[in-house]
Design a protein around this ligand. Structure first.
Ligand SMILES: [Zn+2]
Length: 427
């Protein structure tokens, strides 16, 4: 593990003065993730960090599947021509992408020789999503077609701007693209806003919405921009959501609604986004056949609920200062046998809980009970089960919560009910 960047960062951390710690420190101490100079801007995930990553993935999959999304996956490395066609090469900037020259493949798709040799590590999923859409002719009956993708992206951030997990060069996005008719825009945007609200509430974040309007550097006609901005404004207004304006801060292909959240330290982060796009359907000639049999152009809606897993986990780590809610905690229960005589009973209790998909560790070290409790607290484990002779005789466990609250003795069955309720509530 590379400890050096940790020290450098501590000097610039503003959290220190309030006794709060930065996600890199917490990430190393709780063995969640770290960065190493061998891969600047790309985190290494340790097993405990991966638990958090996978739980988030599970949650977002649940939300999207329930909302009628279909999951897809597209290649990480594609011919650069795709980003020329989409407008990203020029507007997002080729210098912000990783472009590779592949020498042993001189032919391709009738492209100019130079472009056929150039490949790009995708910085976003959108242009490839349009290839999925064009896989076959589409009918109005299929719309809205909601295609989600948990895609790994690469962005060429300057080395001075790379910052732990907050700003990375390799990121994983909870992305989706919705292809819809113009009449469907309002309902689609509304249900995305609902999904965002549900998601952010479950973490206890305060949130507010901002409408980001047309930037100076943009693609598409003013008529399309007028219409798109109006649609988003109406979706916000009809939901009774008060929103601020971010003038000129839209994407180059369309306006967006950004969601800002406030964490437990009162800091503001921009996370979620819904973007309306008339440009890319045009650039990629997307079509559907309407009720009368004629060809129409769909609208494309881009949306992410929390943006990047890396950045969101960094924010969560600092927001909770490592004391994650039970559903996200890498270890949910530590079992502490009072003496070695109780190790066997501790193991039996652990097996029962593991069988119920609860993440359990047994602390069978020869340390005192007090020091085991202290260590479990330092590891921010939500529940400690203390088992000694008395517990074993009564076939019960003594329960302490993180932070010191004593729940007394319970049967294992009652405890399972308590923790399962806690996990389900996501609070
Ligand atoms: Zn997109």
């Amino acid at each position: 593990m590379d400890k050096k960047p940790l020290k450098d960062h501590r000097e610039i951390s503003k959290l220190d003065s309030r006794g709060l710690r930065d996600h890199r420190e917490i990430g190393q101490e709780l063995e969640l993730f770290f960065t190493n100079e061998i891969a600047p801007g790309a985190p290494f995930w340790l097993p405990k960090g991966m638990v958090i990553f996978k739980e988030l993935e599970k949650y977002i999959r649940e939300l999207t599947q329930n909302a009628g999304y279909l999951e897809t996956s597209t290649p990480i490395m594609v011919k650069s021509q795709l980003f020329r066609d989409s407008g990203h090469w020029e507007k997002f900037g080729e210098h912000n992408m990783y472009n590779l020259e592949i020498l042993d493949e001189p032919e391709g798709m009738g492209l100019s020789k130079n472009m056929a040799l150039m490949y790009t590590l995708k910085p976003m999923n959108c242009p490839e999503s349009t290839i999925l859409y064009r896989f076959r002719p589409r009918s109005y009956r299929e719309l809205p077609l909601r295609l989600s993708e948990i895609g790994r992206l690469h962005r060429r951030e300057k080395s001075g701007e790379v910052n732990g997990l907050l700003r990375v060069r390799q990121l994983t996005m909870d992305d989706a693209h919705i292809y819809a008719t113009e009449d469907q825009i309002f309902d689609e945007v509304s249900s995305i806003l609902d999904m965002m609200i549900e998601f952010y509430k479950s973490f206890g974040f305060e949130y507010d919405f901002r409408l980001a309007t047309r930037p100076e550097m943009r693609a598409g006609s003013d008529k399309n921009w007028d219409r798109a901005e109006k649609e988003l404004k109406e979706a916000l207004e009809k939901k009774g959501i008060k929103s601020g304006d971010k003038l000129g801060d839209g994407a180059f292909y369309g306006p967006k609604i950004d969601v800002h959240i406030k964490d437990s330290q009162g800091r503001e982060w921009q996370l979620a986004t819904v973007q309306l796009d008339f440009h890319q359907p045009e650039a990629f000639k997307l079509e559907y056949i309407d009720e009368t049999g004629s060809k129409k152009r769909p609208v494309m809606i881009h949306r992410a609920i929390f943006g990047s897993f890396e950045r969101f986990i960094a924010i969560l780590t600092e927001h909770f200062q490592g004391a994650f809610p039970t559903w996200l905690s890498p270890v949910q229960v530590v079992i502490i046998p009072i003496s070695e005589k109780n190790n066997e009973y501790a193991k039996k209790v652990a097996d029962t809980l593991i069988h119920e998909s609860i993440r359990v560790e047994v602390d069978g070290r020869g340390e005192t009970m007090q020091s085991k409790i202290r260590d479990a607290n330092l590891q921010k484990v939500p529940y400690m089960l203390i088992v000694g002779g008395r517990e074993e005789e009564a076939q019960k466990v003594s329960i302490r919560k993180r932070g010191g609250e004593d729940l007394g003795q319970m049967t294992l069955e009652d405890f399972s009910g308590t923790i399962e309720k806690d996990i389900e509530s996501k609070t």
